[in-house]
Design a protein around this ligand. Structure first.
Ligand code: ATP
Length: 232
């Protein structure tokens, strides 16, 4: 279980994350929605240690990891897949995956398990990542994170820039990862309806604050709320 307690992050005078409290049990997906600038990326960056919170706590399996170094947080099992995908385009698909598991040594996820989850990546194994489509690159960046055998996955806008059919594929894959690997997934998305279609819980952020936390079906049905905070 990944737990955030009253987590608050400031950039100088700007409060980006404001007393956010959330629980993400293993095997579940929590969708974090919000307009541009709502604080979604800052929330993920705070959880994985890239940004230091002003106050509050992040716990993983009860352990307070709030002030740990980024590499300790990664080693403890929290993988962050940032927006923009960040694969190394000059390397092949297989090389990118190997890099993702390097630090785990023998305990890394065997590459064939990643290929079982993403058969498309096996077909492309020896091709440079530069030749991948947007959807394939997204699969590669998630596959690379899985190589380190995380227990929690922080996904920042995995559907960004993808065609609707690919968005649906990526979302159902995220669901599958939570179900089959038992991951606690914190999924940041602007694509609210797609994210809510696979999530166990939906959270809406505005100005860094949680303004709604509900069952996904209830959120999808609340036109007023979606319009007010997400612009549609
Ligand atoms: P987007 O979808 O556009 O990425 P977001 O919901 O992820 O938006 P954040 O990027 O977390 O929102 O931004 C939250 C607030 O913090 C915004 O007001 C933003 O301008 C500000 N902010 C983000 N990063 C920094 C930074 N490095 N320095 C100062 N302010 C920042």
């Amino acid at each position: 279980m990944l737990t955030l307690e009253e987590l608050t992050t400031d950039y100088g005078p700007i409060r980006a994350v404001d007393r956010v409290t959330l629980e993400v049990p293993e095997g579940t997906v929590t969708a974090v929605l919000g307009a541009n600038g709502a604080g979604k990326t800052s929330l993920l960056r705070t959880v994985c240690g890239l940004v230091r919170p002003t106050s509050g706590h992040v716990r993983m399996e009860g352990e307070d990891i709030t002030r740990w170094a980024v590499e300790e947080i990664v080693r403890f099992g929290i993988a962050h897949v940032p927006e923009g995908r960040g694969v190394i385009t000059e390397l092949t698909v297989q090389e990118n995956l190997r890099l993702g598991g390097l630090w785990r040594g023998r305990d890394a996820m065997p590459i064939r398990e990643v290929y079982e989850l993403f058969p498309r990546l096996e077909e492309r194994a020896s091709q440079p990542a530069s030749r991948l489509s947007g959807g394939e690159r997204q699969m590669l960046s998630i596959g690379r994170a899985l190589m380190g055998r995380p227990r929690a996955l922080l996904l920042d806008e995995p559907s960004l820039g993808l065609a609707p059919v690919l968005v649906a594929q990526i979302m159902s894959m995220v669901r599958r990862l939570a179900d089959t690997l038992g991951l606690a997934v914190l999924l940041v998305e602007q694509n609210a309806r797609s994210a809510l279609s696979i999530a166990n819980r939906g959270v809406v952020l505005s100005l860094g604050r949680v303004v709604a936390e509900r069952d996904p079906q209830q959120l999808v049905a609340d036109d007023r709320l979606l319009h007010a905070y997400l612009g549609f």
